[in-house]
Write a protein that binds this ligand. Structure first.
Ligand code: 9MR
Ligand code: 9MR
Ligand code: ZN
Length: 559
């Protein structure tokens, strides 16, 4: 796991270095057992692998050891022992082949700062047991979203360090098909998608969909969240104000005929430069039904969510949703033509899941019979995915349908689909129980950390349909994993928890050090295929669809 080993073990990185593309250089060497950490000193992972932020008093508390553990003690910050007990195990984790010992102190409810001492293994980092930890986690992840803002100057402070950039990408953008005329259509604003400065309609809508689901399930929790954003103190709750930045930009992506553009970016990826230095021509590439359906979904949802605060905006959102809905009714699948760009990464080959989501959100907002018929037709042939990402937004529509308080649904269908949602959550629970590291999904593909975070939607929607404490504990296990109960004994979120990523593939971070509140993609290819290196974009990039999934999970566990 040392940086020098992974440098050679990771061929793509070797290629990137050979091309000299992205300013990623060899890291200073650390002695064995330590790695270069925040602030530039060598530090070890937590000896006991656990959620390095902490635990909720009333929920599961599980830590793991990767060496033989027999007993443990939980120690308060003043050195007194709070409890002692026995570890269990080992169990063999199938993904890594590692033996894993479990330390379970779930029944302990005292709040405070603690660490674990495990003879033969070592001492964990300090962590909190506190009912408020997930308010802090949610806030930091939302700060991460704020840092992704495009077309605006951004300044944020975290742990005493300031991160900022000036107004960027003010000339967004030239429609690719009209480039001869040189017309610029205003598609400024929104969030940078990831470590690059592109903006992609389907992934932005997907990300908003998860934030909106969080808002609708946890309005009282999220209304209390204060964020250091310019809109603070205005008419909108801060959480919705940050989300509106992206919805505003998506509304600008709509074309006159109701179709919607897909991508705003340069032809190729930018260099590793600050956003304000990125002044190459940006184009708008492709449009089609996937994007129209995505806009219907988020604009229709926006029309309900913003109504209490800004009725005029809600009306505008609904009109936009209806316009793209009409386009969808008149057009079978229209594929976005992304041939002008060299990186059409979010291209979609069909629009089925998007149409389902669009119909569900429009129906929930308007009670329209055509939308209900459309969603119910799709539901007859759609399963509930336990592992899902930007290419399969169907779950968002399914969750809206089953959680709705509206009448008029086909009751046998509703019962079947609700049962399938609970079934998906139970499948996630059984996957968690077979993983030494508590992962709710079994594969390791690009953005696997985001997919782990996203299982919290299945779990918590199931918890509404069929309340069961195991669902929230399953969600806790996912957050535990992302914050340190993993192979690495490290947090996967920049600026949060112990030994968080230092070199994310994120252009602004390359210049000023890791911006806070960003979930990195995680192992991609196998259970141990993650490295904290800037060049490793397939494992260590950050992205809005990963962050917003984790925001949902953290919000669900707020007090
Ligand atoms: O920085 C780019 C990142 O956002 C993408 O996810 C990734 C894959 O499409 O590509 C990155 O850009 C790399 C490019 O594809 C190849 N040359 C090196 C670039 C920076 O690592
Ligand atoms: O997260 C995306 C992953 O599912 C795809 O396999 C991959 C290649 O198409 O692209 C990932 O998304 C990247 C996008 O294409 C460009 N911006 C950075 C995204 C995160 O790496
Ligand atoms: Zn920008």
């Amino acid at each position: 796991m040392s940086s020098s080993t992974s440098l050679f073990a990771f061929p793509l990185l070797a290629i990137a270095l050979a091309l000299g593309g992205d300013g990623c250089g060899p890291l200073p060497a650390c002695s064995s057992g330590t790695e270069l950490g925040n602030g530039g000193w060598c530090q070890p992972p937590s000896a006991v692998h656990l959620n390095t932020v902490g635990f909720l008093p009333e929920r599961a508390k599980v830590a793991i050891a990767l060496q033989a553990a027999t007993t443990f003690s939980l120690v308060r910050a003043d050195g007194s022992e709070a409890l002692s007990g026995n570890a269990t195990g080992p169990v063999r984790d199938g993904d890594t082949g590692m033996d894993v010992w479990t330390i379970d102190f779930s029944w302990f409810t005292e709040q405070g700062t603690f660490h674990l001492d495990v003879p033969g293994v070592g001492r964990s980092v300090s962590f909190r047991i506190d009912a408020n930890i997930y308010a802090d986690v949610t806030k930091t992840l939302m700060l991460g979203m704020h840092g992704q803002r495009c077309g605006a100057a951004v300044q944020l402070v975290h742990d005493g360090k300031t991160f900022s950039h000036g107004v960027c990408h003010t000339e967004d953008a030239v429609p690719w098909e009209d480039q001869a005329s040189g017309t610029v259509k205003d598609v400024t604003g929104g969030w940078h998608d990831a470590g690059d400065y592109g903006k992609y309609t389907n992934n932005a809508a997907f990300s908003l969909g998860m934030l909106f689901r969080a808002w609708e399930l946890y309005p009282n929790k999220l209304a209390t969240l204060t964020l250091p954003i310019p809109e603070h103190g205005g008419p909108l709750p801060d959480f919705l104000a940050e989300a509106k930045v992206q919805l505003d930009q998506l509304l600008k992506m709509q074309r006159d005929d109701g179709s919607v553009y897909q991508q705003v970016s340069e032809i190729s990826f930018e260099g590793f430069i600050p956003p304000t230095f990125d002044t190459g021509t940006r184009y708008i590439f492709g449009f089609g039904t996937v994007q129209a359906a995505d806009l219907v979904a988020v604009a229709a949802a926006g029309a309900r969510l913003f109504l209490p605060y800004d009725p005029e905006y809600a009306t505008r959102c609904l009109a936009a949703a209806q316009k793209s809905w009409a386009y969808l009714q008149a057009n079978p699948f229209v594929s976005a033509n992304l041939s002008g760009t060299r990186h059409p990464g979010y291209w979609r080959r069909d629009d089925g899941p998007e149409r389902l989501w669009a119909a569900a959100e429009l129906w929930e907002t308007t009670a329209g019979a055509d939308a209900l018929a459309a969603v119910e037709t799709k539901l007859g042939t759609t399963s509930v995915a336990s592992n899902w990402d930007w290419a399969n937004v169907g779950n968002l529509g399914i969750f809206t349908y089953v959680l709705s308080k509206r009448g008029g649904r086909d009751l046998p269908l509703l019962a079947t689909v609700s049962g399938n949602v609970v079934g998906s959550a139970n499948a996630i629970l059984s996957q968690i129980s077979t993983s030494g590291f508590g992962r709710g999904i079994s594969d390791y593909s690009w953005g696997s950390n985001g997919s782990i975070a996203r299982t919290t939607l299945n779990l918590m929607v199931a918890d509404v349909l069929q309340p069961d404490a195991r669902f929230a504990d399953g969600a806790v296990a996912q957050l535990d994993h992302l914050l340190g109960r993993n192979v690495y004994g490290r947090s996967f979120v920049t600026g949060l928890g112990h030994f968080s990523p230092i070199h994310p593939h994120h252009r602004p971070s390359a210049i000023t050090g890791a911006w806070p509140g960003l979930l990195v993609g995680g192992p991609n290819g196998s259970a141990t295929a993650w490295t904290d290196e800037q060049g490793a974009y397939e494992q260590n990039e950050i992205a809005i669809n990963w962050n917003t999934a984790m925001i949902f999970g953290a919000a669900s566990l707020m007090p």
